[in-house]
Design a protein around this ligand. Sequence first.
Ligand code: NAD
Length: 488
Amino acid sequence: MVDTEREPVLILMFGATGDLACRKLYPALFELYKKNHEFAVIGLARRQHTHESYRSMIDRTLDQNSEQRRDFLERFYYQPLDVGQPYHFALLKNIAEQIDTKYNLHGNRIFYLSLAPRFFGSAAENLKKAGITETQGWKRAVIEKPFGHDLASAKELNEQLLRVFDESEVYRIDHYLGKEMVQNIEALRFANPIFESIWDHRHIANVQITLSETLGVGDRASYYDQTGALLDMVQNHILQLLILTAMEPPSRFDTEDIRQEKVKVLKAIRTMSRDTIANELIRAQYKAGVMPDGTRITGYHNENNIDTDSKTETFVAARFFVDNYRWSGVPFYIRTGKRMAAKSTEIVIQFKDITQNPFFCQLHKAGPNLLVIHIQPDEGLSLKLNVKEFGEAGDTIPISMNFSNHHDSKSSTPDAYERLIGDCLRGDSTNFTRWDEVAYSWTLTDSIVAAWNDIPLDYYEAGTMGPSSSDELLARDGFCWWPLTKME
Ligand code: NAD
């Protein structure tokens, strides 16, 4: 991993007035500033702002109790810019050079494209034409998701970017890779021989990955209706969770070695065809229902800005197989959806029962060993084991050993964006997706999209964990979804 540690840099923040910048990026930059990262920022968006009004806008996104706000905000400058106007980039070049000199930033530049994806290509092209990417220092481009909407569009976008940046300079964000417990999967697996020695088809019965949301489509309705759960969640976040659970240990703890192992998992995932998909995948849409807190929810069809006959899925469940020696025959079940009973992201590893287990046969209260990785909102681990109940009767009962990242330490735990921007500032691209990883994930999801028109859209009531067909997907193999667990 390259670690250029704390080199000063100019950040050119495209989409500077947008939702993501205000909710996530400025607070993350503030935390990094407090940890002595050195940078200046030029905010770029279509709206008119003075430097002062831009700084006031950012100030409203920050923790008002911190005394360092003023010094931090002084490093922000604003330039109105339309990515389609080459002239605006010529102005930007001058400002960038002035700020570079003022803060002695050595020509290091990060281009953060927090823009709608259709603008990524023209922004990169105009940066190059204006000579802003020709710099004495290093340059990096951070690209927000979604990276394309299928393989063809992702390839086109990638070609546009690679005309301006080298692959090693492109940081494709999947913010899930910045989450504490997602980053912990590798440590949990590779730093603990008790897990690594049983992390395979001989000991693991199945893996269950859930990413459930209670929210509906909100103000993203028109985007979501074009996208659906498969492209919004499975192509990126869920596949990343599956990959990290399934990958082989890298030979060295090195960015390219880790990425290489991740790509191998994607290549080994069995593709679905028209003949097999009905047995492997459920797509469903929510209808009216009641959330656990009593809120009545209208059906997806009746949401604002959604076609009344929309066939977009708001839920996907699937069974994947990773066709390699380690995972031979082990199903990886995934599910994700909107308006589900609980908001949770977790991975459950279900271990195989001991054959002829005398305790298990006699004592029905015992259950399989489960390792649960809680990613959000809880952050931690639980390990479910069987022990003899204390006392005379001595039934075998399941117990749970929990490790939870408690609230006290949470406030000092960096947010995913802080962690990822920090990685980018240091030149560590391990937790960003390499092009071939993106390409293979699109190949997989494209094959699903091509095959799934033949399977009917199912429906589930809002406020549930999805349609019964999702339970049947596991029941056919003799398994069930383990109920989501809340940590103490
Ligand atoms: P947004 O619509 O809130 O903001 C878009 C920004 O782009 C605004 O600052 C706007 O002025 C600017 N812009 C629009 N047209 C422009 C043009 N022609 N030239 C220059 N600037 C222009 O969008 P957002 O929610 O902030 O999302 C930004 C990116 O981040 C998108 O790629 C989105 O998919 C991704 N993303 C957003 C979130 C989120 O929570 N908002 C989460 C993950 C990924």
